[in-house]
Design a protein around this ligand. Structure first.
Ligand code: TRP
Length: 364
């Protein structure tokens, strides 16, 4: 199979190599067509497929859509926040926003009960999404199991347009659970274009590159599906922030992430224990400077905590020159996470009744 496993562990390594191999285009070339956004500016959103069609629409003030999905996997941590930052950007750009909660996928591929998936999505994800600024009233939010008859019907009909060879090449030995979840995801991706949602329109799907196989397959399905017309979905790909200890950030490794529900104290302790690119001995550090590429604290600042490019650049300069120590960069990160979490926890409290009411009104 093709090296990118949408259900597997993601450690990408060389993003450029993957882009070339799979024909993903660099965002750099079209970055100035996006609204000002730090993830785009910093190349954290690094690749795309077909994004021109979406930006053309946007620039002409015409209708377009953004859709993405939530896989309930445990606590909501900073790694998940990059997607929300992008949803917020598209919300502001006036996109028609759709968010799918992937309970069919969690049930069929992760042995999770539907009840647990629902609880996690509502308590962890939805509440944090609202606290971060997502307007549920302007969003088509649904659980896959509740996707409706048309959605489930189409997800089955798509099966006719994929060959065994393609499925094998893309998904390896995917069994029934993975196949069902893949077909369901194609219906997610095309949902903003269903007649009940206003018909065909350019749609962008912001995802990690691990989900690219589903985009490729959906684009193939669209080119062959005759029952209805769809625009080929566009996509953007963001880099994954690595875990605080290096390696992968994972919901199952508590010290690898900062959860948005972590106490300020716990978050600071995790930063204190993080892997840095500084040298053990101060003399050596002053002489050689930090290896910034191996510094998880700098990564945390770049992905999440420092908005101002000049400020980030100053930190990079001083740290790589050995003028700033690992203790000092950690202190910056601890101050920033403290103000972020204090504010976020406050917003979460305000979000809770909003979500509660939304859940009741929409019978979720
Ligand atoms: N499979 C995605 C994940 O594991 C979740 C998902 C479901 C999704 N439907 C989607 C992502 C539609 C993007 C678009 O994270």
């Amino acid at each position: 199979m093709d090296e990118i496993d949408p259900w597997g562990d993601v450690e990408i390594g060389d993003y450029n190599e993957k882009m070339e191999r799979f024909g993903i285009d660099p965002v750099e070339e079209i970055a100035d067509r996006f609204p000002d956004n730090k993830l785009v500016r910093r190349g954290i959103v690094f690749g795309h497929r077909g994004m021109d069609t979406v930006l053309d629409r946007y620039e002409n003030g015409e209708e377009f859509a953004m859709m993405t999905g939530i896989m309930p996997s445990g606590v909501f941590h900073l790694g998940h926040k990059s997607v929300v930052d992008q949803i917020l950007m598209y919300q502001e750009m006036g996109a028609q926003v759709t968010i799918s909660a992937a309970d069919v996928e969690a049930y069929t591929t992760r042995e999770m009960s539907l009840e647990e998936a629902r609880r996690l999505v509502i308590e962890e994800y939805l509440t944090n999404y609202v606290a971060l600024g997502i307007d549920l009233e302007q969003t088509d939010f649904y659980f896959q199991t509740d996707g409706g008859n048309d959605y489930h019907r189409r997800s089955k009909l798509f099966a006719r347009y994929l060959t065994q060879n393609e499925v094998d090449a893309t998904y390896g030995g995917a069994g029934p659970g993975k196949i069902v979840s893949a077909l369901t995801q194609y219906a997610d991706i095309l949902r903003p274009q269903f007649p009940e949602n206003g018909g065909p329109k350019p749609t962008v799907v912001p995802i990690g590159i691990d989900q690219d196989p589903h985009i490729r397959m959906t684009r193939d399905v669209v080119s062959r599906y005759r029952e209805r017309e769809f625009h080929k979905p566009a996509s953007t790909y963001h880099k994954f922030m690595r875990g605080l200890q290096g390696g992968k950030m994972s919901s199952s490794k508590e010290k690898s992430y900062i959860a948005l529900t972590d106490s300020v104290e716990d978050a600071k302790a995790k930063i204190d224990a993080a892997k840095t690119g500084g040298y053990q001995s101060l003399d050596e550090h002053r002489e050689k400077g930090a290896e910034i590429a191996e510094d998880m604290v700098f990564e945390l600042l770049a992905f999440h905590l420092i908005d101002d490019d000049d400020e980030l650049e100053r930190i990079r300069r001083e740290y790589t020159a050995g003028e700033m120590t690992s203790g000092e960069i950690k202190q910056i990160a601890k101050d920033e996470i403290e103000s972020f979490l204090r504010e976020h926890h406050q917003r979460r409290e305000e979000a809770e009744p909003v979500v509660e009411q939304y859940v009741a009104e929409h019978d979720l």
